[in-house]
Structure formats: structure tokens, C-alpha cells
Write a protein that binds this ligand. Structure first.
Ligand code: 13P
Length: 247
């Protein structure tokens, strides 16, 4: 039986403050959650303001697809690492939709992250129209193939996030059964590249995860944690979500 340690990740997006850094770190430092790994991905400027802790890890929300050079405003994977990050979110639907990130860019960023020893959390998800047209699995397969088909070795170093676009920030969550069905599909699709890596890879769910719905989601066999947006900005609620992964 494969043991995958759950990952509960906070994606603050472009929110937060120095005060929230202090509150979040104090809140997580008082928790005893050994069964799950806890990760905070704040805006990059706050990374170095988080006190070092063995209770949580830090991650970026984006990374440059380039190693270094004349790319004004970009942040490299090495720089994230130097600022304390161990993970980085890549290909979030907001980056794909609002910043025109293509699968090719997602692949390049994934490679950069891994070469700097950051673990990429690579995001995939269908839009509402794609779901209504029953194209969810087809769309996911296409995006997964674009990153992993020619580079199956990347899978061993990745975390996958399934984030249905229609469930992000909308208060509408995929039901645990809907999410499980997609997670199981993703795992079985990935197993054609590398059977063992597909069994080991953590597939986390994102989209309106909160303290009420998290336990049922995390109880699903192929859901290995969550990528939490809005609820991660409330330290007490995020703590409750982390604790639910302990049960
Ligand atoms: P919400 O939890 O606010 O729906 O955001 C989900 C998300 O996009 C996490 O990356």
C-alpha cells in the first residue's frame, strides 16, 4: 500500500500583509499536525518574513521560466529557494487565464523549478463549459500530456493540483465524489508514463476548500490534501483544515 503524506497548501494569491504573516506563523506553530505537511505560498515579498519553523514549509506562487538574465520583474527558481521556498505553484488557472500561460510555459517553469530543487505544484482543471460539455477528462489528459508525456521523469518530483476552474473562489466545491473521480482519472492517466511515480505522486484538490468541506474531500482515496485559497487567509480556519488532515 502506498503511503502518500497529505499536503495542505495555502495559496494566498495577491493577499496578505506583514500582520497576516505573523498571525499565520503563530497559529501554525501552535498546531500539532504530524500526519500532514503544511505549506504556505504567500506573495513572494513575504517569504523571507516568515520565521523558520518545522511546522510549515514555504512556497512561491509562480516562477520564471528562465534561469536568469534580462527579464525585468521576474523571479527565478534559485531566488525563490534562497528566500526560503521549497515548493512553487505552477500553471494556476489564474496564471493561465489572466497571464496567458501556455502548456509550453508551464513545462518550462516546471523544469526550472525542479532543477533548482523546488517541488512544483502543477495545476490542472477544466472550465465550467468544458465540464458541461463532458470534456473534463479529455481536457485534463491533453494538459497533463503537454507537461509529462515527453518528460515522465518530472513526475517523480511533482505534486499535481486538480483545481476545477468553476470551483475557484466561487464557493462552489466539487463534491468529494466528483473530485475523487477526477483524481483517480489523473492518477491512472499518469500511470502510462510511470506506474510507480503515478502511485506515489500527491494529487491535491483546490476550489473553495473550507473547514466544513475539507474532511470529506481529504477522506477520498486519491485526494492527498488541498490547495486552499480564500480560507487560507483566515488563520483559525486554515488551522482547522490542517487539523482535519490529521484524522
Ligand atoms: P479558493 O479556495 O478561494 O476557491 O481558491 C482556490 C485556489 O485557486 C487555490 O489555488
Amino acid at each position: 500500500m502506498t503511503q502518500r503524506r497529505p499536503l495542505i497548501a495555502a495559496n494566498w494569491k495577491m493577499n496578505g500583509s506583514v500582520e497576516l504573516v505573523e498571525q499565520a506563523s503563530a497559529s501554525l506553530n501552535s498546531l500539532a499536525v504530524s500526519a500532514a505537511e503544511i505549506l504556505i505560498c504567500p506573495p513572494v515579498i513575504f517569504l523571507s518574513q516568515f520565521p523558520k519553523s518545522d511546522k510549515y514549509k514555504l512556497g512561491g506562487q509562480n516562477v520564471s521560466s528562465e534561469r536568469s538574465g534580462a527579464f525585468t520583474g521576474e523571479i527565478s527558481a534559485d531566488m525563490l529557494r534562497a528566500a526560503g521556498a521549497e515548493y512553487v505553484i505552477i500553471g494556476h488557472s489564474e496564471r493561465r487565464a489572466l497571464f496567458a500561460e501556455t502548456d509550453a510555459v508551464v513545462l518550462a517553469k516546471t523544469k526550472q523549478a525542479i532543477s533548482a530543487k523546488l517541488t512544483p505544484i502543477v495545476c490542472f482543471g477544466e472550465t465550467l463549459i468544458e465540464r458541461q460539455q463532458e470534456k473534463t477528462m479529455q481536457v485534463l489528459a491533453q494538459h497533463l500530456d503537454a507537461v509529462y508525456a515527453a518528460h515522465p521523469e518530472l513526475l517523480r518530483h511533482s505534486v499535481i493540483a486538480y483545481e476545477p476552474v468553476w470551483a475557484i473562489g466561487t464557493g462552489e466545491t466539487a463534491t468529494p465524489e466528483q473530485a475523487q473521480q477526477v483524481h483517480a482519472f489523473i492518477r491512472s492517466h499518469l500511470s502510462q508514463y510511470d506506474k510507480e511515480a503515478a502511485l506515489q505522486v500527491r494529487i491535491i484538490y483546490g476550489g473553495s476548500v473550507n473547514a466544513e468541506n475539507c474532511a470529506a474531500l481529504f477522506a477520498q482515496p486519491d485526494i492527498d490534501g488541498g490547495l486552499v485559497g480564500g480560507a487560507s487567509l483566515k488563520p483559525a480556519e486554515f488551522a482547522a483544515i490542517c487539523l482535519s488532515a490529521q484524522d
